[in-house]
Design a protein around this ligand. Sequence first.
Ligand code: NOJ
Ligand code: CA
Length: 661
Amino acid sequence: MIKLRSVAAVLISVLFFTSCMKNKELFVQSPDGKLKVSFEMKDNKPVYKVKYNNFIVINESLMGLVLSDSDTLLKGMQIAASETKSVDTTWEQLWGQNHMVENKYNQLIVKLNEPGEQSRQVNIIFKVYNDGLGFRYEVPEQENLGDFIIIDELTEFAFNDNHTAWWIPAYGDNRYEYLYKKSALNDLDTVHTPLTMEAGNGLHISIHEANLTNYASMTLAHTGHNKLKCDLVPWSDGTKVKTKAPMQTPWRTIQIAENAGGLITSNLILNLNDENKLDDTSWIKPLKYMGIWWGMHIGKYSFWESPNHGASTKNAKYYIDFASEHGIHYLLIEGWNKGWTPAWYENLLHVFSFTQCTDDFNFEEVTSYAKSKGVEIIGYHETGSNINNYLTQIDDGMKMYADAGMHNIKIGQVGSRMQMKEWHHGQYGVEYYRFVLEKAADYKLAVNFHEPIKPTGLRRTMPNLMAGEGARGQEYNAWSEGNPPEHTCILPFTRLLGGPMDFTPGIFSIKPTRVHTTLAKQLALYLTIYSPIQMLADLPENYDNHPAFKFLQDVPVDWKETKVLEAKIGDYLTTVRKDKNSDDWYLGSITDENARQTKIELNFLEPGAEYMATIYGDADDAAFDTNPEAYKIDSLKVNSQTTLDINIAPGGGCAIQFKKL
Ligand code: NOJ
Ligand code: CA
């Protein structure tokens, strides 16, 4: 990732405050002038407000950090100085939804000092973009504050109305794996971020955080009428963050868009993370992969050694042969190592080995056979949340993969608490995932975390963080009551705003009771769920000779550009993306349990150019609950003037390849 244009326009102004100006209200606005943020010390307390045009996004809301002994940092402080600057740059993504990212904002830094002799200092930094804002607390190095413990963060989000919200609960044994609920803001208890809301005037607002480093993650507690407050996930001892000056909190982010699609194309979270810090990124590649995986979830294979063990040398060769013959270059193998038992998912400190193979799996034989067939194996470490057991073996386990020429690893943290004690999303977990990611980078391994910490844009700084789970994925369709059709119409506006998800689409053998989509919707998910790594999740035998498999072979995983053509949270979504490595475009359109007819104008295509459109759609009689596998494939020539009529079945979808002629 290189910086293309350095600061095109940087205007810096610094103001020092005399005693009569100390309670002055400070303002900063977005480059387009629509978003206006203000800050002041009111009755000795820091407060901020946000407006979008004349609409109040955030009413007066409190800020502050409470240290141990209930010492409220920031209370009674005075504004000593403020600085503003404007930045306008563009940077290049190694991989992503779009190749170039505009980073254009106005910044306000408020410098606060405590009066008196034991004075302490805190800065509050605001960055205001056209698509939202971020603010963070910064505790600079200073004499009167060294090590400290945060027991509460007071940051509030006071809305001006009882908006409609889509949310999942924050403290559940299944981490982030819950179905989203839609309710009025005032019906919330404590919820995870991203928390997305729609105001009565159609404005879409999403609260999240960016650059979650050495801190606890922020959940949101409902604390009053239309009001939420930051609720930091605690350590098992009840404290929230153990830290020392100098430090910065994560950015508290408020994404704002005039329509639902604008949230998906916003770059706010990435822009609020640090630049890439990996020198050599040549080994990091977006990819499609098959997996010895779905078979275990539907009970065809076992994770553990048994007559139907999924990860046997023999079965691995069967998968490798299929992948190789069909031009798929990566294969994930789960359950290849010692430690798996039929009770692998229970909350116990399971002892997995990260180097010893099961008796029926020969690692050297499988990896060299794969190499001879042009396939690379993706490694798998399931920790079972026995973190201590993992960390004593992590170097050996990762080295074994690196020595075999592998560049990708999936790492799982199944369990309700890490080490049966700490939340996955507390500071313990935040530091654990960062340690593992950095360790993986040392071994040139790109990571797919399952049971992860929610994404906050760290992939910009560490682009070996490819994707994560962190929501109910396809696996729930194998062994639970399943995800309802609207689940995938909510994910792009909630969980996915934080970063890519390894949802694992592509199931072709759909029992109506199981997957709750049509086959065409499974194809469309490759466009509506962004991830630089996408699994072709079904069994080889279900893909063999299937005409729709061509789409999975063709669909790219890295994009030059992304646009959302139409979207309504929980109901439907149509996304188009331009391939990074060709002039071709792809479209994915999905719906919830309701059928949908839509007209799509192809004005995103290059004017004057002709394209061959291959349309993978629902058959006329398709429906997710009665006839899910019925699909049809049509081809026609189109150009940027064409309007396509698309009919989508209940729980259905449509996937289109536009190949430039
Ligand atoms: C849960 C993960 O999400 C899934 O992908 C994996 O197969 C199982 N854990 C086994 O580790
Ligand atoms: Ca719906």
